[in-house]
Design a protein around this ligand. Structure first.
Ligand code: GAP
Length: 519
């Protein structure tokens, strides 16, 4: 990660802690690696993201229902899903730095670097040739570019082959052949590559034998698959239909860095869409487009999202892509969209001995449905919103009296922890009482903040720092004409508004329902 991006992430981490968004877990004991707690403002933002996702997926789709399955599941679930045998990452240590890495990520990093090299060559040539430059022609004919591309493609093909066959020696050989060095020590003094299963296990009951070994779920999806029949029958669901769920997942990640981007305990928002076999590509495209629309409606910047097709498909998928977001450390996976065929239901049928089929009244046939899944990490979405919102600004206006700089979180208003702060200009003359009246008018629909301490400019700064989109100031004029000052977080513009107009104004600008209406 470049120095500048690293600094930005560090600033976001410290801001998130200072303003009650995210704390390291059990901090008084020096924290627990890659585990975090959400504070008083963080939980509000997180709940708002959940609501936005849940309402979009369920309320706006008649054919999608939700469930909340248990974290513990019968251990055979994880045999059937392939997680016991195949949910492994290849682990390698550098003997000099003592740092641990995922061998596949080191190799992917090498491939990405080759792509960057190609882009640099393209930029140089575009400058040299000016308007006559033909990108496609250059990419296919320039000897240096074709050489770099060949190296990248060979590395990728060998990676795919080694990962597919679980050949750890081949991965180790690839590290040597590509002369990949440890980013910390700069040496190539690697240990052997070993498989590492990412599932956390524990024991259920008091008898510690193998039969009682259970796992903390590494994905929420399996809770949906094992409930497919229950929901389909009790909900009288007809294909195509979906089941959505939000819940915790656990992975003993080898490399857990970059704050809440990769955690060992995290939350997923997943939806499995059950369809007729053969229709998967249509639904795959459908959900790609819909999920992208959901992201873009938040206004985090149209250029900050992109699709990234998986080159190396998981064993169960026949098509897969990520929606990547431009995080402080660059474009990274935010959400996955996967066409999972009938792999999961088919295997649960096999391992449980129960028939998991759908009788299609239109074709008069029974079959195991196919599945297209959308899977987004709630914490990653939180990081996307938070990192996009964080801005340091110089102040030119009179608000600069309280310092000539502000840190503002430009969180999309419907997701902001507090929608409005109500601030009496001074602590006497009946202004606090009037402010409380206004809070009582608004609090049933909007999370409100009350604050009477310090100068008004300082209070605005505090609200900017937690992303409150509007501040209402109650002054002496309020007592005579029933109007307040409404101050906008982003423009810092102020306007006078009648108290009765506030609920409609806030509903128009801050409600999740209104955001959903735009979709
Ligand atoms: N059911 C499919 C599945 O779990 P995945 O790509 O492994 O697919 C889906 O995970 C999403 O969950 C990712 O796109 C990411 O947003 C989130 N995620 C995965 N591992 C994570 C971790 N260790 N920490 C935070 N989020 C994670």
């Amino acid at each position: 990660m470049a120095q500048q991006e690293d600094n930005l992430l560090k600033k976001i981490i410290s801001h998130a802690k200072e303003y009650g968004f995210i704390f390291p877990s059990s901090e008084i004991y020096d924290g627990l690696s890659a585990v975090y707690d959400y504070g008083q403002n963080g939980v509000e933002l997180k709940n708002n993201i959940k609501e936005y996702w849940w309402k979009f997926m369920t309320t706006l789709h008649d054919n999608i229902v939700g469930i909340d399955a248990a974290i513990f599941m019968h251990p055979t679930t994880w045999k059937a899903s392939g997680h016991v045998d195949a949910f492994n990452d290849p682990m390698v240590d550098n003997r000099d730095s003592k740092k641990r890495y995922r061998a596949d990520q080191l190799i992917e990093g090498y491939v990405e670097k080759q792509e960057e090299k190609i882009e640099k060559e393209v930029e140089k040539a575009a400058k040299r040739f000016g308007e006559t430059f033909n990108r496609e022609l250059f990419l296919t004919t320039n000897p240096r570019v074709t050489e770099i591309r060949k190296k990248a493609e060979e590395a990728n093909a060998r990676l795919k082959e080694a990962m597919g066959s679980g050949d750890m020696q081949a991965l180790r050989q690839l590290l040597d052949d590509l002369e990949i060095a440890c980013p910390v020590s700069g040496t190539r003094n690697w240990t052997e590559v070993r498989q590492f299963n990412l599932m956390f296990s524990t024991e259920m009951g008091s008898v510690a034998d193998d039969a009682s070994k259970i796992y903390l779920r590494p994905e929420t999806a399996q809770g949906i698959f094992v409930n497919y029949l229950n929901v389909q029958k009790t909900g009288r669901m007809k294909l195509p239909f979906g089941i959505a769920q939000i819940g915790k997942a656990f992975r003993n990640e080898i490399v857990a860095r970059q704050f809440i981007f990769r955690m060992r305990e995290f939350e997923q928002m997943e939806m499995q869409f059950f369809i007729r076999p053969g229709e998967e590509m249509k639904w795959y495209e459908h959900w790609k487009e819909k999920r992208m629309r959901w992201h873009q409606a938040l206004g985090l910047g149209t250029d900050n999202h992109r699709f990234h097709d998986h080159l190396n498909l998981a064993h169960y998928a026949n098509a897969a892509c990520d929606i990547q977001f431009n995080f402080p450390m660059g474009f990274r996976e935010l959400e996955g969209i996967h066409s999972r065929t009938d792999f999961d239901l088919g295997n649960h049928e096999k391992f449980s001995g129960k028939k998991i089929q759908y009788f299609d009244p239109e074709t008069n046939q029974g079959y195991v449905p196919y599945v297209v899944e959308t899977s987004i990490g709630l914490d990653r979405m939180f990081l996307a919103v938070l990192s996009n919102a964080y801005q340091e600004e110089a102040l030119a206006s009179k608000e600069g009296e309280e310092g000539n700089e502000r840190v503002v979180l430009r969180i999309p208003a419907p997701l902001a922890p507090f929608k409005v702060a109500v601030l009496p200009l001074i602590k006497k003359d009946g202004l606090p009482e009037k402010a409380q009246e206004i809070i009582n008018l608004l609090r049933f629909d909007f999370r409100c903040y009350y604050e009477e301490k310090d100068a008004i400019g300082k209070r605005y700064r505090r609200m900017d720092a937690i992303g409150t989109p509007y501040c209402i100031t109650v002054d002496h004029q309020t007592l005579t004409d029933g109007t307040v000052t409404l101050r906008d977080r982003d423009s810092m513009q102020q306007q006078r508004m009648a108290i009765e107009a506030l609920p409609d104004f806030l509903r128009g600008h801050c409600s999740i329902s209104n955001l959903l209406r735009k979709l």
